[in-house]
Design a protein. Structure first.
Length: 197
């Protein structure tokens, strides 16, 4: 003769079913994080942030401030990837000295070194403008570096310099091209009234 299960038996079965479901759910989550489509490994960020901001100071002095439309943090490799990037650099007086913009880039979470890629432009408040496709910022040295295989264009007023490979401070005060430098100088000489006649 079949006896109806008591409250303890029902509770035990319910707890066992809950444990199995939780185990399956956890297994599903871990396999989704490590496996991508067709069994390939795909890495997922630890966190994603819209309107991301990062500030670097030295003894209370503001050095630079980065803003990005979107950022994703990958803790395992100490990296933050960002899209639509803007970095404001500041001088010793705390005033903005130059602005870097790019389609995207990566930031090392430990050293705060950066790589900017895609329509990279660095423009100083004095009007000097650098354009390239890839640029690295070495945070400890406070130095801008463009790889030797990347074309760089620097324009100051009407004068234009182009070349491959580049090193500079973020304010473009002291810079050096690595190779194949060409210059176009279009300095305007004022025309006197007698010359105009």
């Amino acid at each position: 003769m079949h006896r109806p299960a008591g409250p303890r038996a029902v509770r035990g079965v319910a707890l066992l079913a809950l444990a199995v479901l939780l185990g399956l759910g956890a297994a599903g989550c871990s396999s989704r994080r490590s496996q991508g489509p067709a069994g390939t490994k795909q890495e997922f960020p630890d966190q994603e942030i819209d309107d991301f901001a990062l500030t670097e100071t030295d003894a209370g002095k503001l050095l630079w401030k980065l803003n990005a439309q979107h950022a994703a943090e990958f803790s395992a490799r100490n990296q933050i990837t960002a899209t639509v990037v803007r970095v404001d650099f500041f001088d010793d007086a705390g005033k903005r000295s130059s602005v870097l913009t790019a389609n995207g880039g990566e930031i090392n979470g430990r050293t705060h070194d950066m790589v900017a890629r895609g329509h990279v432009v660095l423009e100083t408040t004095e009007g000097t403008r650098l354009a390239t496709e890839e640029l690295r910022f070495l945070n400890r040295e406070q130095k801008i570096v463009v790889p030797d295989d990347q074309l760089v264009r620097v324009q100051r007023a009407n004068d234009v310099l182009t070349g491959y490979g580049f090193e500079s401070d973020p304010d473009l005060n002291h810079y050096e091209f690595k190779r194949s430098v060409q210059a176009t100088v279009r300095s305007r000489v004022p025309i006197t009234e007698e010359e105009h006649r």
